[in-house]
Ligand binder design. Sequence first.
Ligand code: AR6
Length: 181
Amino acid sequence: MTGTSPAAYGIELLRGDITTDTEADAIVNAANQSLLGGGGVDGAIHRTAGPELLAECRTLGGCETGDAKITGAGRLPVRHVIHAVGPVWRGGSAGEAELLASCYRRSIELAAGAGCAVVAFPAISCGIYGYPVGQAAGVAIGAVAEAMAEFGVVERSRFWLFGDETYAAFDRALQGAVRRQ
Ligand code: AR6
């Protein structure tokens, strides 16, 4: 951890694999519209959760970009997985920022509806979907802070971040948000 206050907006930053989180009530997955699994964090979550999660996802009929759906968590040591579909980066003028903010907001709304106090997020869209991490971090922190204030219930959001560049981008975004407070 760096000097970022874990209490800033109730948001904390962690390095490493989100599937190792044992404190969260819900883990958010960076899914695709099919909700039937894939690579990256989606692959890791389904591998750890086991076939029960995929079976439940098959009943959901997919998910629009910018939206999210909630399931049980299979073998993961949390109560729920929230499958959020972020946008593919297309240069920035195809509504990417709104869609990214929307999938974070919907995730918090679903978590609040399920009574989750602690929610773990990956850096949605920042891997295979190619969203520039510096821009994604600002959108992510802003959307999560706003949605936590709007919906209540969720007391802590924790971002699990892979790699120094991603961690540093989220750290800058969180520090920036705190300074503007
Ligand atoms: N824990 C935390 N972060 C992770 C993990 C992990 N276990 N694995 C990867 N990351 P990505 P996207 C980071 O590609 O860009 C899938 O195929 C990764 O380094 O998982 O939203 C889906 O099915 C990056 O910073 O998600 C979709 O088709 C971030 O998580 C597509 O990829 C997100 O990378 C979604 O692409």
